[in-house]
Ligand binder design. Structure first.
Ligand code: ZN
Length: 247
């Protein structure tokens, strides 16, 4: 009985979500699309990544919130037992229930294939620093200028022997944006995510850009303090990524 399985959740919602999960697993795209919020179909289509050979769905939970939405978790099983859990949010709309947001969990930020030193090698010391869990920013020992993005010579005094000191990896949010579109295939399943421009007091208020950890749903504001985290990939050959966390 749905009313005992999911307390505080309307019976008709539990039925719709259960049917939706089975439609996804059956690759019944007509039914799946009909469950999507009409003004977000394009976004929702690219928002989650199921396992290959998808064939089964299990509704794990439905809970009220946040706001006036309901949150559901559905586990999908693919070929060879591969699994993925989707978190979907449901809204009462058009006299029924519709998906207004969906993503894979856990809340892992996207890793793009171009997260590596640039071809000209100018920023290689920065990436080498990340591998040492350090934030290194280019600095001119002659005039004291902090430089970002990296240059071959100091833009202030034209000194050409620049250094890469490790700086305090904390700062404040100068600007931010929440991205709802999978602009690159690597973002599929990780939407939405938040990108922040972080001002670094330890490096002359130079600004670096990165993904905010657990930014989905975070109440981000200009001027908030953030701390760097060095996100090591499962691939040992890949460079760690500089992430930011509200502190
Ligand atoms: Zn200089």
């Amino acid at each position: 009985m749905t009313e005992t399985r999911f307390p505080d959740v309307p019976d008709d919602l539990a039925e719709v979500v259960d049917r939706h999960g089975r439609a996804v697993a059956a690759l019944d795209n007509e039914t799946v699309l009909a469950d999507f919020r009409k003004d977000r179909i394009g976004q929702l289509l690219g928002s989650a990544r199921p396992p290959d050979g998808l064939h089964a769905a299990e509704l794990l939970s439905i809970e009220p919130g946040p706001d006036s939405l309901y949150t559901a978790h559905i586990r999908y099983t693919g070929a060879g037992g591969a699994q993925a859990v989707f978190r979907s949010r449901w809204i009462a709309m058009d006299g029924t229930w519709r998906v207004t947001q969906v993503r894979n969990v856990p809340d892992t930020p996207p890793v793009t294939p171009f997260a590596e030193p640039s071809a000209d090698g100018l920023d290689t010391p920065h990436w080498a620093g990340l591998a040492q869990r350090e934030l290194r920013i280019q600095h001119c020992p002659a005039c004291g200028e902090w430089i970002w993005s990296p240059r071959p010579i100091c833009p202030s005094c034209h000194h050409d022997e620049l250094e890469w000191p490790s700086v305090d990896p904390t700062g404040t949010v100068y600007a931010w944006t929440r991205t709802w579109q999978p602009f690159h295939p690597s973002a599929t399943g990780h939407l939405p995510y938040v990108v922040v421009a972080v001002e670094l007091p330890a490096a002359g208020n130079r600004r670096v850009v990165g993904v905010l950890l657990d930014g989905d749903g975070a109440d981000v504001r200009i001027g908030q303090h953030v701390t760097a985290e060095f996100d090591h990939s499962a691939d040992a050959a890949a460079y760690p990524l500089l992430r930011w966390r509200l502190s």
